[in-house]
Ligand binder design. Structure first.
Ligand code: ATP
Length: 218
């Protein structure tokens, strides 16, 4: 589903990624672990098309995204990739339902279609009673589940998550991790997750360890 080959990236003449090969199959949960500064987020941003490699290519669903123009890349990203970050980044002035709809609106879905899908996701994540709540009226765990629903609204092939449970207490972190597993089991949802959380790393189908801009083991 996703293959990155010979990825190189430097910032200010400092080589951060030194020829990384990395792939994910459909329905797989892959976690990327490693010491701070190893290049995990940089790799995640490159495979998620948020940043470009200096060298190497990224193929997602048979599309060579390294060759797409900036505007085609935005459309591709909206349709194929969902993002979850450590901090939910929900827009404070919008309700849970509206926040979930935003990527669908960007993808030119109708209001009716977007709201139907968002409502379905809210129900699936046990949040139907929170649809009209603004982010500050939700608990930390609920906010992060809304962010998960937003990542899923366009049925992305891949969900990328950077420290998704980094800001949650252990109970909320555990339920977020079982949610990822359920989504993989029920819908073959593919995940690439950067994490320092041991439990999450261990429950993955595959754990990739990075050190100094290279993959040590998989
Ligand atoms: N935009 C940037 N400009 C300059 N340097 C950067 C930039 N982004 C990342 N770096 C550097 O690249 C290195 C790798 O960063 P990255 O965020 O990929 O590490 P990480 O493994 O995800 O670390 P952490 O676990 O602390 O989040 C770091 O030394 C960082 O300072």
């Amino acid at each position: 589903m996703l293959q990155a080959t010979d990825i190189h990236k430097s910032y200010r003449e400092l080589e951060i990624l030194k020829g990384v090969d990395f792939g994910v199959n459909k329905g797989e949960i892959v976690t990327i672990v490693g010491a701070s500064g190893a290049g995990k987020s940089t790799l995640l941003h490159i495979v998620g098309t948020l940043d470009r490699a200096d060298r190497g290519e990224v193929i997602i669903n048979n599309v060579n995204v390294s060759k797409l123009s900036q505007s085609n890349l935005s459309t591709f990203r909206n349709q194929h990739i969902g993002f979850i970050f450590q901090f939910h980044h929900l827009l404070p002035e919008f309700t849970a339902l509206e926040n979930i709809c935003i990527p669908a609106f960007i993808g030119r879905k109708s209001k009716k279609e977007a709201e139907l899908r968002a409502t379905e996701l809210l129900a699936m994540l046990g949040l139907e009673h929170r649809a009209s709540h603004k982010p500050n009226e939700l608990s930390g765990g609920e906010q992060q589940r809304v962010a998960v629903a937003r990542a899923l609204v366009n049925n992305p092939s891949i969900v990328l998550a950077d420290e998704p449970s980094g800001n949650l207490d252990s109970q909320n972190a555990q339920s977020l991790h079982s949610l990822f597993r359920d989504l993989r089991d029920k819908f073959s949802q593919t995940f690439i997750i950067v994490t320092h959380n041991e439990e999450l790393a261990e429950m993955a189908d595959r754990k990739v360890t990075m050190k100094d801009g290279q993959i040590l083991e998989s």
